[in-house]
Design a protein. Structure first.
Length: 187
């Protein structure tokens, strides 16, 4: 195994102006970090940060126990890699600080030990996650419906409206709770 090379499939990104994206990324080792409400709050803050930095219009999202789906329309000239950096680094830094200060026993769940013996703490799974370009309004609305139904399909709730970690209720009621959704993109 000395000369064995490990090949990792690279996620291809197609940064095309005017196309929305459905991004999916998972917690380290697909652990259920988002069962902790504080981490869900960090995720919402990160999504809002990307909006306020002018990186994208936020069309929809769902935070599941071990992964996240986000539907966005990047602003002109903004790359998906920039958006992922904003979101994922923001959550990682806050989560790691929280764990070190308030829940140090959880550090072992976040430890990523390298073959060299070096280690790092990770909140997110390595790699960029999954990125799908959405080329039409129908693609976008279908994907928003899909992510909103995810908690029901998984048996976490009976009704989409019962899952508080998604944009479903914001779309349904028109109120921007818990964070604003950029509805104008679809109208």
């Amino acid at each position: 195994m000395e000369n064995q090379q490990i090949y990792r499939k690279q996620c291809k990104r197609y940064d095309k102006n005017g196309q929305s994206h459905c991004l999916t990324f998972s917690c380290f080792k697909r652990q259920v970090f988002f069962q902790r409400e504080i981490f869900c709050g960090y995720m919402l803050e990160a999504l809002q940060l990307g909006r306020t930095k002018g990186q994208y219009a936020l069309l929809g999202y769902v935070i599941m126990p071990e992964h996240v789906h986000v539907i966005i329309l990047p602003n002109h000239g903004i790359k998906i890699s920039q958006i992922l950096t904003t979101i994922k680094q923001s959550v990682s830094k806050k989560a790691l600080l929280y764990v070190k200060n308030d829940c140090p026993a959880m550090l072992s769940q976040m430890m990523d030990v390298q073959p060299s013996g070096e280690y790092h703490y990770r909140f997110w799974q390595r790699g960029g996650g999954y990125d799908r370009n959405l080329r039409s309004r129908d693609d976008i609305t279908e994907k928003i419906r899909y992510v909103h139904a995810n908690p029901v399909r998984r048996g976490l709730v009976q009704l989409k409206s019962d899952w508080k970690w998604s944009s479903y209720n914001a779309w349904k009621t028109g109120q921007d709770e818990p964070i604003p959704i950029d509805r104008f993109v679809l109208f």
